[in-house]
Write a protein that binds this ligand. Structure first.
Ligand code: G3P
Ligand code: MG
Length: 357
């Protein structure tokens, strides 16, 4: 097409910029593309499908291993996304393998939270469903719930192979990881309070509070529903408020995800490596010898998360706010004002390509 000719002329050399796309509220609403995202992303590839412009997805969401999410995004958007281009809220959890790799840990959230942690190298992981299934009567509301979890105490055969069932009654849970939005808040708050107050050994009260990590602290995010939905940050507030009322010490916890500058700095490194692999030059992270980007664009919908994060990180980040998600204002956001406000992700990509050509 004429556009790809223009693209190959303009970007026959290594681009001096990269793009980070937020997912929810920018590229997708639920599982549906929004804002012309498939077309916008296709503009970053040459006519033969080769990637020309380095880009990553920088989402606070998650629940599936990066490779599975990359495959799903490829299907939904009609492009070829590689696992290295998918940076999720929980991706930094892999750094904690050094600390908890051989300890009993519990993984919480929608999707396949235990598979995510196993993929990162944690050897001794239970999902909260598996953990709860070991204890009869742990959830007094279970008989009133119209759904059943895939596991129950009687289904030993389906229990996680990597954790002998008896260990659950004798081993301390050293850490809980909230990988993605919890599905059953009442059960998960109850069971996390048990784990955090007893080390996962109900009836006993052994040792200090196990560590708890959250993949993000988003109060709200955008789905297909017209108004924002409660996110992981809302769950954290609920859990923390209850824990602090039933326990003498305040909850100690760590949240990952945007807006932390470390997330943006890591995305920049991933983009540097990607541009290196596309244009054949070598990026040595230890010697930091990459020619730096002049600009890295963050296209996001949440002022307090995407725009705040890009701004806190500073050079070379340039923030673009869309109106397809959490932000619905006419002008710029008053507190976290973006470098540019557009209606859709397609408009954002057109702006970038024109500015950079
Ligand atoms: O659960 C996902 C949500 O909190 C944010 O996702 O893609 O907008 O960063 P995203
Ligand atoms: Mg978003």
């Amino acid at each position: 097409t004429a556009f790809s000719c223009l693209l190959s002329r303009a970007f026959s050399h290594r681009p001096s910029f990269g793009i980070a796309f937020d997912i929810d509220g920018v590229v997708l609403l639920g599982n549906s593309p929004v804002g012309g995202s498939p077309g916008a992303l296709r503009k970053l590839y040459a006519a033969d499908g080769t990637l020309k412009i380095p880009y990553v997805f920088l989402t606070n969401g998650g629940g599936y291993p990066e490779a599975k999410r990359a495959f799903e995004l490829s299907q939904l958007l009609g492009i070829n996304v590689s696992p290295s281009q998918v940076l999720q809220g929980h991706s930094p959890f892999k750094q904690l393998v050094k600390r908890f790799g051989n300890d009993l840990i519990v993984a919480v959230g929608k999707g396949e939270p235990a598979a995510v942690m196993s993929e990162y190298g944690f050897k001794y992981v239970l999902s909260i469903d598996e953990y709860a299934s070991c204890f009869e009567n742990i959830d007094p509301l279970a008989p009133y719930k119209k759904w059943t979890t895939k596991l129950c105490a009687a289904q030993n055969a389906k229990f996680n192979d990597s954790v002998p069932r008896n260990d659950v009654f004798s081993e301390r849970v050293q850490a809980a990881f909230v990988v993605s939005d919890p599905v059953d808040w009442s059960r998960d708050i109850q069971v996390l309070c048990d784990i955090l107050t007893t080390g996962g050994l109900p009836g006993r009260n052994v040792g200090p509070q196990p560590n708890i990590y959250f993949a993000n602290d988003d109060l709200e995010y955008q789905t297909k529903f017209p108004s924002e939905r409660l996110g992981l940050g809302a769950f954290r507030i609920a859990l923390e408020s209850i824990f602090n009322r039933i326990h003498s010490h305040s909850l100690e916890y760590t949240c990952f995800g945007k807006p932390h500058p470390s997330v943006f700095k890591n995305a920049e490194i991933v983009l540097q490596k990607l541009v290196g692999s596309l244009y054949g030059d070598f990026y040595d992270i230890d010697h930091d010898n990459a020619s730096k980007f002049e600009t890295v664009y963050m296209i996001g919908d949440n002022p307090a998360v995407d725009i705040k994060g890009a701004q806190q990180t500073g050079h070379p980040w340039f923030s673009i706010l869309t109106r397809t998600g959490v932000f619905k204002g006419k002008e710029n956001h008053d507190k976290f004002s973006a470098d540019l406000v557009v209606d859709t992700v397609e408009e954002a990509v057109d702006y970038i390509l024109e500015k950079e050509s």
